[in-house]
Write a protein that binds this ligand. Structure first.
Ligand SMILES: [Zn+2]
Length: 133
């Protein structure tokens, strides 16, 4: 068994509630759902950050998101959803994945963050924009 829970699921060494599988991605239910139907969409390659996943695989992941959202509407009668993705040291198990789950008004899910003195300015925008050139 791998130390990675997602690799164990991919290698069928660990049980999961599988939704979808291709040569390069899998999708299964999150064990600790934020709402019913909460899915993880996971590339089979064990990497911890988006820049290490090929555009082809990212595309395949988002094509699946596009298929699931109308299914949420049909099954759960919801109009909304959220996608979450944490990278680098904030990536659970060090294995890249997207969370996708249906949303309801006042379902209790939301952003929490410190109200820091973070700069919002053209200087900040320029600094990032320059790096893209
Ligand atoms: Zn892994």
């Amino acid at each position: 068994m791998s130390k990675c829970a997602f690799c164990n699921i991919i290698n069928r060494e660990c049980e999961s509630k599988l939704i979808y599988e291709t040569e390069s991605i899998v999708s299964f239910l999150d064990r600790d759902p934020i709402n019913e139907g909460h899915l993880l969409i996971v590339p089979k390659i064990h990497v911890d950050s988006i820049e290490k996943v090929s555009l082809e695989v990212l595309n395949e992941m988002f094509i699946l998101v596009q298929k699931i959202v109308p299914i949420y509407k049909k099954i759960y009668r919801v109009e909304g959803y959220s996608i979450m993705q944490n990278g680098g040291q904030f990536c659970d198990f060090g294995h890249f994945h997207l969370h996708l789950f249906p949303r309801y008004p006042n379902d209790g899910f939301g952003w929490t963050y410190p109200k820091g003195p973070f700069e919002y300015s053209q200087k900040v925008a320029e600094r990032i924009r320059k790096e893209l050139e």
